[in-house]
Design a protein. Structure first.
Length: 282
């Protein structure tokens, strides 16, 4: 498979990236990857059908710089990896004591991804309750850069106590984005707190070839366009009134969880609505 530059629209939709979680999911070998594709080439293939991947493995263990460099070299220009940060930083009673774990993760070699390093996702357990002082102490620990490369942070909070103006104010103060999810089991609010938007769509259905109904994919494509253009979708739940239209922003949309076997089809159907051309067809 030869290196091919990705063709994308020149409008604000070029700021929108979408994909799935990881690339080593066995059911995808029946409905996404070509028959007989060596497992060692699955990232190479997936990165040419999608424009981003959220990596879950970094949540469970520390990888070596060589792994990040390998991912960089196997993927096409303009591809992006979102990295789920180490659970040892977020799964703790006192977040203010996470400094060593945060440093170990951000200095583990993630800068080897270069321009392909996307947002870092700090995911909290569903039982983690919002405590303003401790959470602010955690946000203050997040580094702004590593090896001279700016870092973008997004928090995935999963307890209803975070549905608070105090949380939104803190996130905005530290310029940290907040995950929006369509999952019924987690609090869902689309208030924008950073300079990019980040959605994790978790309600795909096994009986639908593309995971989501056609109309739902149309709606998500339109919401992504609005985010990218500096606006905010009026049909998503928020705690506060949306501000006036701002500057264009990057948007990350991941089809993840739910009927995971449908995730690649959902992401590709979503991207096609934005005029995205897979790299191996450009």
């Amino acid at each position: 498979m030869t290196e091919t530059r990705r063709a994308q629209p020149s409008s604000s939709t070029a700021r929108i990236r979408a994909g799935v979680g990881g690339w080593t999911f066995e059911p995808w070998r029946d409905n996404f990857f070509p028959a007989g594709l060596p497992h060692s080439r699955e990232l190479e293939y997936a990165s040419r059908q999608l424009s981003a991947i959220e990596v879950n493995g970094t949540y469970y263990g520390t990888l070596k710089p060589a792994s990040f460099k390998k991912w960089h070299d196997e993927t096409p220009d303009n591809f992006v990896f979102s990295l789920k940060a180490t659970r040892y930083a977020t799964n703790r009673r006192v977040l203010a004591e996470a400094g060593e774990s945060i440093q170990r993760f951000t200095e583990s070699g993630i800068s080897e991804l270069g321009d392909k390093l996307g947002p870092i996702v700090w995911q909290f357990m569903p039982g983690k309750v919002f405590e303003a002082g401790d959470f602010e102490a955690f946000l203050a620990l997040l580094p702004k850069q590593v090896d001279g490369r700016a870092l973008r942070h997004v928090v995935d909070v999963r307890h209803e106590s975070f549905m608070s103006p105090d949380f939104l104010a803190l996130a905005r103060r530290y310029k940290v984005a907040t995950v929006f999810t369509d999952a019924d089991k987690f609090p869902s609010f689309a208030d924008l707190t950073g300079d990019f938007a980040y959605a994790r769509l978790m309600m795909s259905q096994a009986e639908l070839e593309t995971g989501y109904e056609e109309g739902a994919l149309d709606a998500w494509a339109e919401r992504a366009r609005q985010w990218a253009a500096g606006g905010a979708p009026a049909d998503l739940p928020t705690l506060e009134e949306a501000p006036a239209r701002g500057k264009p922003r990057d948007v990350f949309v991941y089809f993840i969880n739910g009927a995971k076997e449908r995730a690649p089809a959902a992401a590709m159907a979503f991207l096609s609505r934005l005029g995205f051309t897979p790299a191996d067809q450009a």
